[in-house]
Design a binder for this molecule. Sequence first.
Ligand code: H2U
Ligand code: ZN
Length: 356
Amino acid sequence: MSDLRPHRRWNPLTREWLLVSPHRASRPWLGQVETVSEERPSYDPGCTLCPGNKRVGGEVNPEYKETFFFGNDFPSLLPPMETMETEAPASISSPLFQSRDVSGECRVICFSPRHDLSLAQMSQEEIARVITTWTDQSADLGSRNRWVQVFENKGAAMGCSNPHPHGQIWAGDFIPEEPAKEDLSQKEYFREHGRPLLLDYAAEELRDGSRIVVEGEHWFAVVPYWALWPYETLLLPKHDHVARLTSLPESHKLDLAETMRRLLVRYDNLFQCSFPYSMGWHGAPFPTANGEKTDKRENVDVYWQLHAHFYPPLLRSASVKKFLVGYEMLAEGQRDLTAEQAAERLRSLPNRHYTT
Ligand code: H2U
Ligand code: ZN
């Protein structure tokens, strides 16, 4: 099979196929640079996330100096006591109409007191503090929730409401759809091969090299073979088995921070803009759940491998984004640029942020 003919690639994590049409991308690379001016003050009196400012719910943020978290004033999940009964109307007894009660909690994490920064512009040490906040928060929320979703929506293109560097955590008593697919795939792969899927995958990618974007001592970022978004990446351990954020070895933290920093600097440098994306962490589900016995469950820690997904929407410039429409909504995911071409472009960019 020629890689330059239309072909389909398999995503072993979600068990979905994807259409790749690289012949369309062989038209000349325009690569126009539209520098979007986005000067921001280091403190914005109108920002609900800046230190000392009032949030929408009325609480005042402390004069925080590093990272800071608070309970989301508009949480999408509520603790058990506050959850309202949500039964399907009594007249409907058909299995076609199902609903379930859920409970959980939502938090917001400010990555820095500086309104004008993003992770890409923060130092390795500052990013390491964000990682520590993620791991601490996961330990706390994971002690009473089955799934803890750490994520960041960055940029107006991703529907982010405020440019102040921040992320969110939604934790709940159920395993949501995306991690549920990954759970099944990793479980079955482990049953068949006796090794974690993503450890085997990392070994193959490290051997091949063509999709690697940045590589540290313990962690690396790769445009996955099955990437859907043009510059999608997967950040994962190179050789070590790490089940979830709370089992991240202390010795990995600075390396992970630097690997992430170098990835994010390249993202910003690609179109010389603050690169929008949604990113988030996936790791083994936590063993607590509504009275469920943990000992009956297969040991998820053996087959789960911690990783982060970065899904950036931009395609050709700071303002031209890819839309998942038409064929993608109605048939299956599709891309023009190959994962190898995307990785090559990102890899060739400097480690230094374009604004410095
Ligand atoms: P985005 O990262 O998607 O923009 O979301 C920001 C979150 O911050 C959003 O969930 C919360 C919103 O509810 N928020 C507060 O809890 N209090 C505020 O004062 C502002 C925003
Ligand atoms: Zn701010």
